[in-house]
Design a protein around this ligand. Structure first.
Ligand code: ARG
Length: 465
C-alpha cells in the first residue's frame, strides 16, 4: 500500500514539494513506534466512542470506524499489516489504513485530537502494561530467592565489607537482602504506574479543543484515574518516561551487583557456587574454562539502561512547552530498556534457581579471616565488663598473634590467651565458631536463624498476596 503522496495527504495541504528522503529518514519513527499499534487502536476506539456519545460524529460513522479498527487489529495480529516509512509513525499508518478500508469517513477519527495527545496516551498505556510485566517477572525472581533462602538456612558464608571477610552470615540472609532490594524496585515501579495513570487524550495539539468532548469518559474507558488537568502539560511532559527509565536503572544496578557476586562466587578463588552449564560458556583456546558470560552481560547491560536515562534526560532538558519532535526519541530508549530489563530478570531467575551452592567451601571461608574477632571483642565487653574500645584493641592483639601463628582465633590455646589477658576463661571458646557467631546476632534484621525465618515468613506472606 501507500506512497509519498499519502504522507502529504495527512498534513501537506500547503506543501508544493514532497519530503526529501533524508527528512523521511530522520523523521520517520514507524520502525520503532509500531510497538504502540495496539495501544493506538485502543485509544482511537475510546476516542471514537466518546465522539459519538457527544454527538460529534454519528453512530453510523462510529460503527464504521470501529469495524475498520477491528480489521486493522486483525491484520496486526496476523502480521498482515504493512508499515510504511513515508507515513512517519504508527498514528498515521493506522489512520491511512483506516481510510483504505472505510473511505474518507476515516478522517473523522482525528476530530478533536492531535497526534500530540494521541502519542502521549498511547505511550502511557504502553508503559503501564510494561510495568505490569516487569512486576510479574520480578515477583517470580523474589519467590525463587526466598525459596533458596528457605532451603539453605543452615548454610553459613562469609559476610564482607570492602570485600574483606567481615563476619559470618547465613547465606539465606545474603539472598534475602536482594529480595528487599527488588521489593523496593517494585514499589518504585508501582508508584510510577500510579502517577502516570492519568489521561492526556483530548488535550489535542496543546490548547484543548472547541468540540464538546468528554475527557472523563475517555479517561475512564482507558482505565486511567482521571484526565490530565492541564492540556499543555499533558502533551509536553515526559516525566513518566524518565521515571520509568530511572526505576529500571536503579533495578539494573541491583541486578549488576547480584551478577557480580555470582561471577565472584563462581570463580576458582571463591568457589562458593557453580552456575548451570546452560548459562556459562567455554573458551575457544582454554579447555578448562567455564565463563559466566550471562552474568557478565547482565552486569554490562546496566550501562545501556543508565545510558538511556542520561540520553532522555538530555533530550528533555531545556525543551520549551509544549510538544516538540525531540520527544519522539523517547520510544526507542524505553523499548530497549524494557527488553533489556525483562531479559535480565528472566536470566537471573534461571541463574538463581539453578546455581549449585557449595556449602563446605562457604563454611570454610566463613571460618577464615578471623571472622569471629568481633564476637571475641563482644565477649570481653559482656563477660569481662570491658568498654568496647578497649575490647577492640585487646582483640587486635589476639588477631595479630593468630596471624603470626597462622592459625584461627579458635585455635589459640587458653595459655596464649591468658598471657595477654589473665581474666579470660575457657568459656571464650564457645563463641568463636561461625555457628555461634551467626546465632548470637539475633537483633531485629540480624543473621540469626530466628530472624531469618521471620524475614522468610514476611516475604512468603507478601508474595502470596
Ligand atoms: N511520532 C510522534 C512522536 O512520537 C507523534 C507526535 C507527532 N506530533 C507532531 N506534532 N508532529 O512524538
Amino acid at each position: 500500500m501507500s506512497n509519498k503522496k499519502k504522507s502529504n495527504e495527512m498534513w501537506g495541504g500547503r506543501f508544493s514539494e514532497k519530503s526529501a528522503d533524508l527528512l523521511t529518514k530522520i523523521n520517520s519513527s514507524i520502525d520503532i513506534d509500531k510497538r504502540l499499534a495496539f495501544q493506538d487502536i485502543l485509544g482511537s476506539k475510546a476516542h471514537v466512542e466518546m465522539l459519538a456519545k457527544m454527538n460529534i460524529i454519528t453512530k453510523k460513522t462510529k460503527t464504521k470506524i470501529l469495524n475498520g479498527l477491528r480489521k486493522i487489529e486483525r491484520e496486526l495480529i496476523d502480521g498482515d499489516f504493512t508499515f510504511d516509512n513515508n507515513l512517519e509513525d504508527i498514528h498515521m499508518n493506522i489512520e491511512v489504513r483506516l481510510g483504505e478500508i472505510i473511505g474518507a469517513e476515516a478522517g473523522r477519527i482525528h476530530t478533536a485530537r492531535s497526534r500530540n495527545d494521541q502519542v502521549a496516551t498511547d505511550f502511557r498505556l504502553w508503559i503501564r502494561k510494561a510495568i505490569e510485566d516487569i512486576e510479574a517477572e520480578i515477583s517470580i525472581l523474589q519467590v525463587s530467592l526466598v525459596e533458596k533462602a528457605d532451603k539453605n538456612i543452615e548454610i553459613i558464608c562469609p559476610g564482607y565489607t570492602h570485600l574483606q571477610v567481615a563476619q559470618p552470615v547465613r547465606f539465606s540472609h545474603h539472598l534475602l537482602a536482594y529480595v528487599e532490594m527488588f521489593g523496593r524496585d517494585l514499589e518504585r515501579f508501582k508508584q510510577t504506574k500510579e502517577r502516570l495513570n492519568e489521561c492526556p487524550l483530548g488535550a489535542a495539539a496543546l490548547a484543548g479543543t472547541s468540540f464538546p468532548i468528554d475527557r472523563f469518559y475517555t479517561a475512564e474507558n482507558l482505565g486511567f484515574r482521571a484526565p490530565m488537568r492541564n492540556s499543555m502539560d499533558a502533551v509536553s511532559d515526559r516525566d513518566f518516561v524518565l521515571e520509568f527509565i530511572s526505576d529500571a536503572a536503579i533495578t539494573m544496578v541491583h541486578f549488576s551487583r547480584l551478577a557480580e557476586e555470582l561471577i565472584l562466587w563462581g570463580s576458582i578463588e571463591f568457589d562458593f557456587i557453580s552456575l548451570p552449564d546452560s548459562f556459562v560458556t567455554g573458551s575457544s583456546i582454554m579447555p578448562q574454562k567455564k565463563n559466566p558470560d550471562a552474568a557478565e552481560l547482565i552486569r554490562a547491560k546496566t550501562g545501556r539502561v543508565n545510558g538511556a536515562l542520561l540520553s532522555l534526560l538530555t533530550v528533555m532538558k531545556g525543551l520549551p512547552l509544549a510538544y516538540a519532535k525531540d520527544m519522539q526519541e523517547d520510544k526507542e530508549a524505553v523499548f530497549d530498556v524494557f527488553d533489556t530489563l525483562i531479559l535480565v530478570i528472566k536470566i537471573s531467575q534461571e541463574l538463581i534457581a539453578k546455581m549449585k551452592v557449595k556449602k563446605t567451601n562457604m563454611y570454610n571461608a566463613a571460618s577464615n579471616g578471623f571472622s569471629t574477632a568481633t564476637d571475641l571483642a563482644d565477649w570481653f565487653v559482656r563477660d569481662l565488663d570491658m568498654p568496647f574500645r578497649q575490647a577492640h584493641s585487646l582483640t587486635g592483639k589476639f588477631v595479630e598473634l593468630a596471624s603470626e601463628k597462622k592459625i584461627k582465633l579458635s585455635e589459640l590455646s587458653l595459655s596464649d590467651l591468658t598471657k595477654i589477658e589473665p581474666k579470660i576463661s575457657e568459656k571464650v571458646f564457645q563463641i568463636l565458631s561461625p555457628e555461634k557467631s551467626v546465632e548470637s546476632r539475633n537483633s531485629f534484621g540480624g543473621t540469626a536463624s530466628k530472624e531469618i525465618k521471620k524475614q522468610i515468613r514476611f516475604w512468603k506472606r507478601k508474595l502470596n498476596a
